[in-house]
Write a protein that binds this ligand. Structure first.
Ligand SMILES: [Zn+2]
Ligand SMILES: [Zn+2]
Length: 648
């Protein structure tokens, strides 16, 4: 008998050669119907793979990421089968699962796949799927594998790099592919499939190689899931921050200025400024001090910090000055500069922690193909801060940073998040710098702080940086997409490299611990995510314009101006739309700009000293007539719901 350990810790005994599917059936027939893939002792296997030793088995359903991966990868086999049928002679290469689907890279040679063919491909994939063909993994010798693919240079290259005895083929229906496994039991559960797009892709991602065609697809166990997914994609397109940024006149890009270098337009700059002021106010309360450092630094600085080794070769070229031997680099990180600020004078343990904050702009070279709106840029501003503290203070400091991050999320409407704690690889402790004792202290500080703050956590072993453990906030946006936002990292490396010290109560010199933290991450990326999360309907306190005054005709211009002045006294940001346009047109334009309050003024309002309020997106709700003071109270009340005062 062999002992199979299940994820809940229970151990069951089976005769050797039991399959994961048999184990699933022994749990329940109903459960087994949902099982689509499996892993044994951490390795992906087929649900039909016989188990011959004791070990840990995980059974996956569609609800698991691993299950989806097997589902999508398996569909890529079926799509490859169809492509080969429809375009005889093409050369198949690789077809992995990716986020939300899969692709297959194909050398179509002189044939061409177009969007007009997509429907035909989809129909045929589903037709084959209905045949409930099993995916069967079969070991082959290297010679057999090379023989089958003798006309396919790509597969030949792949096989050549494999070790004889480890090569497997996967068969289903009439189709065979070189594959190491990770499939669903049979094609029958693929109930919906869509070819999403085609794009060019170099073989093995190397632009020196031939350009292949990447065919993207996705598939689902229910038609309804596909329909929902496509609706979500439409909504994501509608909320695309690049589109909204243009419509709301927040930022732009100029080919002349350069790719990946965002230009902040007046409204966007004002938005950034409000976010900065918001964080600065909270940070001041939390004991941070603002510092300012230059955009460039001597190469030596980054050699000392280790950033040169990390960013140097792939980064921007050095800036050489007329003076001989001077070499500067664009700043990839603010930390080295802040270490040198710490080093300006000696510190005693009584002075710590020191918390230096800077909205520091950094530059990193990204390939032009990698650039994307504000989420992947070449110049961006981090809401950076570095805390220098004693090892004993780490616990408390970590909790304080979490408080600050939670305050930021709460004020901006991010409610759905988990804290990912990245710790050392327990088996491989020598690859991390710093003493075991310090690491333990830091890891416990993070775990305790997260627990103390009631965070929903996931622990990832082996995901820590070599210089220290970290906590990342993974935020789900309104469309359920996950983004990594705030990060808090403990660092034992830079204090060492920059020889940072403080005098302890024992009168000896000690190394401080450094914490890097950025609740937003970067202003650019944060605003992009916020735009997509809110679809441009920012919390009221952050909106570029909170209200727009729409006069019914030019006759009420003077009254409109008076309303504007009164609103300014209440610190409400407003504009007047005095254009000689119909009120209908003015409302439509204000709706486009997502201005939260439209204040309509005409004869009635002027006579009574009131305004007629219409809220964004609430067409047909009827306007309400209020005085300016009453309106100010409404605005204040709404702002106070999201924007609280930060307390420590
Ligand atoms: Zn496969
Ligand atoms: Zn840093």
């Amino acid at each position: 008998m062999i002992k199979i350990t299940l994820p809940d810790g229970s151990v069951r005994e089976f005769a050797p050669n039991v399959t994961p599917m048999d184990v699933a059936k022994s749990i329940s027939e109903g459960f087994a119907r949902n099982v689509i893939s499996a892993s044994f002792n951490g390795t992906t296997i087929e649900t039909a793979t016989p188990l011959t030793t004791d070990g840990s088995l995980i059974l996956y359903t569609w609800n698991d990421d691993e299950g989806k991966k097997a589902f999508w990868h398996s569909t890529s086999h079926v799509m490859a089968q169809v492509l080969e049928e429809m375009y005889p002679g093409i050369k198949l290469t690789l077809g992995p699962a990716i986020a939300n689907g899969f692709y297959y890279d194909v050398d179509f040679e002189d044939q061409k796949i177009t969007e007009a063919d997509f429907k035909k491909i989809e129909d045929r994939v589903l037709e084959i799927s209905r045949g409930k063909h099993e995916f069967k993994l079969r070991p082959v010798t290297k010679a057999e594998a090379l023989e089958l693919y003798k006309d396919n240079v790509y597969k030949t290259e792949l096989i050549t790099n494999l070790e004889d005895g480890t090569i497997t083929f996967c068969d289903h229906d009439t189709f065979t592919d070189l594959c190491r496994g990770g499939h669903i039991p049979n094609t029958g559960i693929i109930k919906a499939m869509k070819v999403m797009s085609v794009a060019g892709a170099y073989w093995r991602g190397d632009e020196k190689n031939k350009q292949l065609t990447r065919v993207y697809g996705t598939s689902f166990p229910k038609q309804k899931d596909l329909t929902e997914y496509l609706a979500l994609l439409e909504e994501a397109k509608r909320r695309d921050h690049r589109k909204l940024g243009k419509e709301l006149e927040l930022f732009a890009f100029s080919q002349k200025v350069g790719q990946g270098l965002p230009l902040w337009l007046p409204k966007g700059a004002a938005l950034r400024d409000r976010l900065e002021q918001f964080l600065k106010r909270a940070q001041k309360k939390a004991g941070y001090e603002q510092v300012v450092t230059p955009h460039i630094g001597q190469k030596e600085l980054y050699v000392t910090s280790g950033h040169y080794a990390k960013y140097g070769a792939d980064s921007f070229q050095p800036i050489n000055t007329p003076a001989e031997g001077e070499e500067f680099l664009l700043k990839p990180m603010n930390c080295p500069h802040h270490c040198e600020i710490y080093n300006v004078r000696p510190w005693s343990y009584k002075d710590l922690p020191k918390r230096y904050a800077e909205f520091g702009t950094v530059y990193r070279y990204e390939q032009s193909g990698e650039l994307h709106g504000l989420t992947r840029v070449r110049g961006f501003t981090q809401d950076d801060a570095h805390i220098f503290c004693t090892p004993e203070q780490l616990d408390e400091e970590f909790k304080k940073v979490i408080d600050l991050v939670l305050y930021v999320f709460g004020s901006l409407g991010f409610e759905n998040f988990t804290a990912q704690i990245s710790l050392r690889d327990q088996e491989n402790r020598e690859k991390y710098i710093g003493t075991d004792e310090n690491w333990e202290k830091a890891e416990n500080a993070i775990i305790n702080a997260a627990k103390d703050k009631g965070l929903n956590t996931v622990v990832e072993y082996g995901e820590a940086a070599f210089y220290g453990p970290k906590l990342d906030f993974m935020v789900k946006d309104a469309l359920g997409r996950q983004w990594q936002l705030g990060t808090i990292q403990v660092d034992y490396n830079l204090p060492e490299r920059f020889d940072l010290t403080y005098k302890g109560s024992d009168n000896e010199l000690h190394r401080p611990v450094m914490i890097h933290r950025a609740p937003f991450g970067s202003m650019e990326r944060f605003i992009a995510i916020l735009l997509e999360h809110t679809a441009g309907n920012f919390p009221l306190w952050l909106m570029p314009e909170q209200a727009i005054i729409l006069s019914l005709s030019e006759k009420y211009e003077i009254y409109a101006k008076k309303v504007l002045d009164l609103l300014e006294n209440h610190e409400i940001r407003a504009l007047i739309d005095n254009r000689n346009e119909t009120i209908g047109k003015k409302i439509r334009d204000a709706e486009m700009q997502k201005t939260p309050f439209m204040l309509i003024v005409g004869e009635e309002e002027e006579k009574n000293g009131t305004i007629s309020i219409r809220r964004h997106g609430q067409e047909g709700k009827g306007n309400i007539s209020v005085t300016i003071d009453e309106f100010a109270a409404i605005v204040k009340e709404e702002i106070s719901k999201t924007l609280k005062v930060f307390t420590v």
